[in-house]
Design a protein around this ligand. Structure first.
Ligand code: 6R9
Length: 683
């Protein structure tokens, strides 16, 4: 073994030996799970896993992860994953052609790694704590129970003709059955495509059609914030026009009566008819695991494709090291499973590590803005991972909602999805975390598979900087380039954020459109992965994200392409042209501002048209994408070649009228004045 390999191995062995040798507080691993777990329960237990204990080697290990990725990731993959057949080559990657293969020749099963091996070792350990919509209405699912439901669903899928490589669309509320359905797909080699249950029937339909999904799994209704959402009837509307769908499996969340057609099957009933065991299918490291749609700057949403081994390894190692997760911890990522954060950090990462992961069904303000912290106290949560938009909302609601609850179990406070502004960072750190928790602002994307820049692991676990995800994870080398692709070296520079070397969790393609994958991520700056974000490197070499540099708006941490919104608004026959931009929003990070030109001869009032437009967005995409502001304008600022000057529209939307710059080169400069007047009037 080379010296690199030995050092990595030693470091890792120490970590895991320490972890598994611990005498863990019984109540945190077994049913019934902890109702509260004071920090004192850790007293006297030594954790060689502590990141500070690897301080010396952090810098050198990071360097080695870049210089000798084969040894670095090869060791990790051998040690952390259970292989049916050991891989014979660590990587074969080409950043110029967008071809990435990891752990070649190896085969394994993701569900076996996430469930079976923990169920064998410790069947009664709680895998999922399902925190349902009503506070305290909580269910505990052990690893052996998760194994049984995963196996039963896998057998139902097989019985219904689902084979390796088939695509299963999942449109379900946050529930253990959703996690088990994902794992069941993984068990038999089917590819899941989870569609966030806030998307409309139209959006669901276009995702089902794009993937030619043969099966859709849903529930009668979803429950969030005291309200029910009729999922089954949305699915009925969506699959009406989908020839590809052979079966709809319907689980029961509320037990509401929903009309069933011959195409539908009641999931729990079907599960009771099949065997409770299903042998995991050995899959090639590079077989697809799932696809997940995300918005880009052009065209329709793209199905980002992730594969088996590399994704799983990366999700699990980041979950452990970024959150300082230790066996016995109750870990809560409150993201919806319909987004990548839920995939990597509610399901795959923590379950691969044998963790107890909280699955949150509700919203941060139900029944009041103390919900998260009440849950933290009741379940003894040690790591909490949420979104800046929710934190800003809670910050405004007042500190008394936080102070009411005991948060002494908390040690790590994470966030993701959009920049965490200073005020929210300080509040999170000092009010929620009482100044003693580590705030980890994590930057990553659907495409990166897992956390790519975060304060942890760190050389010294020193207090992170507000507003900074700070340092790249092992294997990630951030590169800042200017618009011409020149690399910006040294401290105190800002540019387009790229990544130089391949890493195991990276997306492999866009489903059915590798050309678009190349155009979006690998052609803009040849040899580099381009993230679509801007970033700054400060004097200490730490990274801060400055926001999207493309036409993607980030509302409440959800990516929405302006092109997608514009083509949606253009569906209204009264609309001649639209331009959509983002504007700074106190709570949501960004808001959506749409400028609309109507065709001549429209007789309805502006208010009526706007109401209709909002409805179109709600129907075609979903409520979360409805523009906060829609303004009817007489024209749009365009260059003489007809290109819309979005820069000007962004400034107007942000109330920065004095920064419009030179507008004299526009085809019709007077239009700017008219738009500004309209904007000022509506304020
Ligand atoms: C995981 C996730 C990715 C986009 C990304 C960026 C923004 C994510 C951030 C952040 C600033 C952070 N983003 N984390 N911006 N600071 N810590 O959110 O994936 O839904 O694909 O969104 O979110 O703009 O490009 P995804």
């Amino acid at each position: 073994m080379s010296s690199v390999s030995m050092r990595v191995a030693r470091w890792l062995t120490n970590q895991w030996r320490g972890a598994s040798a611990l005498t863990l507080p019984q109540q945190s691993l077994h049913r019934p799970p902890p109702l509260s777990r004071p920090l004192s329960s850790r007293a006297g237990v030594s954790y060689p896993l502590q990141l500070s204990s690897v301080s010396e080697s952090h810098a050198s290990l990071y360097e080695e992860s870049l210089k000798h990725p084969e040894q670095f990731w090869g060791d990790l993959a051998s040690r952390r994953l259970r292989w049916t057949k050991k891989f014979d080559q660590v990587m074969d990657c080409d950043m110029r052609n967008g071809q990435f293969k990891w752990f070649l020749g190896g085969s394994l099963n993701v569900s076996e790694n996430c469930v079976d091996r923990h169920a064998e070792e410790d069947p009664d350990r709680v895998a999922i704590i399902w925190e349902r919509d009503e506070p305290g209405d909580t269910q505990f699912i052990t690893y052996s129970q998760l194994l049984e439901s995963t196996s039963r669903i896998a057998n139902v899928l097989k019985r219904e003709g689902v084979k390796k490589g088939d695509i299963v669309a999942i449109y379900m509320p946050a529930s253990p059955l959703l996690a088990a359905t994902m794992l069941a797909c993984a068990r038999i080699g089917a590819i899941h495509s989870v569609v966030f249950a806030g998307f409309s029937a139209e959006a669901l339909k276009s995702r089902i059609l794009d993937a030619s999904a043969s099966v859709v799994v849903t529930a009668d209704e979803a429950v969030r914030g005291g309200k029910t959402i009729p999922l089954k009837s949305i699915v009925d509307e969506a699959v009406g026009g989908c020839q590809c769908v052979q079966r709809v499996l319907v689980s029961q969340r509320t037990g509401a009566h929903v009309p069933m057609t011959p195409r539908d099957l009641q999931l729990e009933q079907a599960m009771s008819e099949v065997s409770d065991s299903c042998a995991p299918e050995p899959l090639d490291s590079e077989d697809p695991l799932f696809m997940l749609y995300t918005s880009g700057s052009t065209g329709k949403p793209k199905g980002i494709l992730h594969t088996q081994a590399g994704y799983l390894l990366y999700a699990s190692i980041t979950q452990q090291y970024v959150f300082d997760y230790r066996p016995g911890d109750v870990y809560a990522c409150v993201a919806d499973i319909g987004w990548i954060t839920g995939h990597s950090y509610v399901v795959y990462g923590p379950l691969c590590n044998g963790a107890t992961t909280v699955l949150f069904e509700s919203i941060p303000t139900y029944p009041d803005p103390g919900r998260y912290w009440e849950m933290v106290e009741r379940l003894g949560v040690r790591q909490f991972y949420g979104a800046p938009t929710a934190l800003r909302l809670l910050l405004k609601a007042g500190d008394h909602h936080v102070h009411k609850y005991d948060r002494s179990s908390l040690a790590t406070l994470g966030c993701v999805g959009e920049p965490l502004n200073d005020e929210a960072w300080v509040w999170y750190h000092s009010v929620v975390g009482e100044g003693r928790c580590t705030v980890v602002d994590t930057w990553w994307q659907t495409e990166t598979g897992g956390i790519s820049i975060a304060p942890r692991p760190s050389p010294d676990d020193s207090t992170p900087k507000p507003g900074f995800p700070m340092r790249p994870f092992f294997g990630i080398q951030p590169v800042l380039v200017d618009d011409q692709g020149n690399e910006l070296h040294g401290p105190n520079v800002s540019g387009n954020l790229c990544i130089r070397h391949p890493w195991p969790g990276m997306a492999r393609s866009i489903y059915g459109d590798h050309g678009r994958f190349m155009d979006t991520y690998y052609r803009p700056y040849p040899g580099l992965y381009f993230s679509g974000d801007g970033a700054r490197r400060d004097g200490e070499g730490h990274y801060q994200i400055t926001g999207r540099v493309d036409d993607v708006i980030n509302v409440k941490g959800h990516r929405i392409g302006t092109a997608e919104l514009e083509s949606c608004l253009d569906h209204d026959p009264r609309v001649a042209e639209t331009a959509v931009v983002g504007f700074p929003h106190d709570i949501h990070g960004e808001g959506i501002y749409g400028y609309v030109i109507l065709k001549d001869g429209v007789c309805e009032s502006d208010e009526e048209v706007i109401k209709g437009l909002r409805n179109i967005v709600r129907m075609q995409i979903g409520g979360f994408a409805v523009p906060e502001i829609l303004m009817i304008v007489p024209g749009l600022p365009k260059t003489r070649s007809g290109k819309i000057m979005r820069r000007i529209l962004r400034k107007i939307a942000a109330d920065r009228h004095d920064e419009l710059g030179d507008v004299s080169t526009l085809a019709d400069p007077s239009v700017v004045e008219k738009i500004v007047q309209g904007h000022t009037k509506r304020n």
